[in-house]
Design a protein around this ligand. Structure first.
Ligand SMILES: Cc1cc2nc3c(=O)[nH]c(=O)nc-3n(C[C@H](O)[C@H](O)[C@H](O)COP(=O)(O)OP(=O)(O)OC[C@H]3O[C@@H](n4cnc5c(N)ncnc54)[C@H](O)[C@@H]3O)c2cc1C
Length: 456
């Protein structure tokens, strides 16, 4: 056996697994497009902070690249090893957490499944809002590393708003504790925020201190179906400047509606150019007031309006939005799912330009997403059997990113850079920005062993 592997096994015993089955299973993540990857030499399953300290110090001494991994639900190749001789470090066995109800904070190990944590805190009347659609299986560590978000982030903010502190192993197993269970803390540079969203490239997060807020007692949903796309942008602006902040403001374009209708014929969507799904939460009185106000805005702009009659109906309304992902697989075998961001006011224009890109490359592009915060999921569909179509789709992606940046937007609002967006990061950051990112990486990880090949 390889000397390096022997050293890890001697220190960590059966927490180090090098069977070909595990090595292959942990060599990829949920990224849908073909990406470079290699098979790791082993998968390590730490069960405590001490295990992480041991493995990071051995890996640093022996120069073994480490790829931290939560549930592998990332969409940009973040948890995929690309350097030969790597180990994957799966945090899945680090799944304990402790809630301090009086202080409304929690200490959470990195491998805790997001929805399990959320269900528990909600049973205590508390709320942890970050809601990536993958919440049923993704981990708190993965959410932190990707700074994940979802529909509710319009009102409540993304993961970084809830991370008060972190325990992270950096360099040769050095323990870095940042933050405390306190809301205000302006001492020094904000290292916690630097680690949030760093995609495993600065170190391995073992534990987080998370902020909790009171659970809103009530929520409800209203849907507006539009035959005129230009009215959708107007509706969004009117809602967002009305003094009401919805807990979700989601959009589906015509192609999304067609896909969902085919996939889910018993559904509730009629033919339309676009749909807005809006959720408000708060006290019963405030929810009723806000819904009425939003209903007026939608109707004045000519939308067909449906209000959720009860919880089951509410779920039916949301099922159309939640079914888009699987519905797209019915249309074409391949999809490139980008998650660009525009300042909200430019979204209507941007959607027209994206349709022009679709025409130019003769492709089906399906747009939906979190229109309230400008985060659009642009899904470029292609036939997996056609290299030529994939090539056209890749060219369309380049133009979609150029478009986002030309409107002062971003190449990613949720999925991170990982492997698939490295090239585009340089478009977004100027030279000095990239140099600073590299200098930060160098000071956390001078030997480039934490998730090498990602982001930069
Ligand atoms: C169907 C589907 C829907 C999705 N919807 C959303 C969405 O709505 N919003 C959104 O933001 N994302 C979404 N995602 C993407 C993905 O689920 C999120 O990025 C999620 O946060 C990844 O969590 P994970 O535990 O699976 O992490 P992984 O995929 O295992 O890892 C992601 C990155 O984090 C790093 N990492 C993981 N754990 C640690 C750790 N403990 N310390 C340091 N680095 C670590 C990895 O190295 C990798 O770079 C979706 C994915 C799928 C498949």
């Amino acid at each position: 056996m390889d000397k390096k592997l022997r050293k890890l096994k001697d220190a960590l015993g059966n927490k180090v697994i090098d069977s070909i089955v595990e090595r292959k299973l942990y060599s990829y993540d949920a990224t849908a497009i073909p990406i470079e990857h290699t098979t790791p030499i082993a998968v390590i399953f730490p069960e405590s902070s001490q295990d992480i300290e041991i493995l990071t110090s051995i890996c640093y001494e022996e120069e073994i690249p480490m790829v931290p991994r939560g549930a592998g639900s990332g969409l940009t190749g973040g948890a995929t090893p690309v350097v030969d001789g790597s180990v994957v470090v799966s945090l899945e066995r680090m799944n304990n957490f402790k809630v301090d109800v009086d202080n409304t904070t929690a200490e959470v190990e990195a491998g805790v499944i997001t929805s399990e944590f959320q269900d528990y805190v909600e049973s205590l009347g508390l709320f942890y809002p970050p809601d990536p659609s993958s919440f049923k299986y993704s981990t708190i560590g993965g959410n932190i590393a990707e700074n994940a978000g979802g529909p509710r982030c319009l009102k409540y903010g993304v993961t970084k708003e809830y991370v008060l502190g972190l325990e992270t192993y950096i360099q040769d197993g050095k323990f870095l504790k940042t933050g405390n269970p306190i809301i205000k803390d302006v001492a020094g540079y904000d290292l916690t925020r630097l680690i949030v969203g760093s995609e495993g490239t600065l170190g391995i997060v073992s534990k987080a201190i998370l902020k909790l807020i009171p659970k809103p007692p009530h929520k409800s949903t209203i849907m507006g179906e539009f035959d005129d796309m230009s009215k959708i942008g107007e509706a969004v602006t009117k809602i967002m400047t009305s003094g009401i902040l919805p807990s979700a403001l989601e959009f589906m374009d015509k192609n999304s509606i067609i896909a969902v209708q085919k996939f889910y014929p018993a559904g509730i969507l009629e033919e339309a150019e676009g749909v807005l799904l809006i959720e408000v939460d708060g006290t019963r009185g405030s929810v009723e007031y806000e819904l009425k106000h939003i209903e007026e805005i939608l109707m004045n702009l000519g939308a067909r309006v449906t209000k959720a009659k009860n919880k089951v109906h509410e779920q039916q309304l949301w099922s159309s939005r939640k079914n888009i992902g699987p519905a797209l697989a019915n249309i074409k075998s391949g999809k490139i799912n980008e998650d660009i961001v525009f300042p909200r006011i430019y979204l209507s224009d941007a959607l027209l330009k994206i349709n022009e890109i679709a025409k130019k490359y003769d492709l089906v592009i399906v747009n939906f997403g979190h229109i309230g915060d400008g985060n659009l999921h642009v899904n470029i569909l292609y036939d997996k059997m056609s290299q030529e179509e994939l090539h056209r789709a890749e060219k369309a992606v380049d133009e979609v990113f150029e478009l986002a940046l030309s409107y002062q937007g971003s190449i990613t609002g949720e999925h991170g850079v990982g492997l698939t967006k490295r090239r585009f990061l340089e478009w977004q950051f100027k030279d000095i920005g990239i140099r600073l990112l590299k200098a930060i990486k160098q000071s956390f990880d001078p030997k480039n062993l934490y998730n090498p090949g990602k982001i930069l």
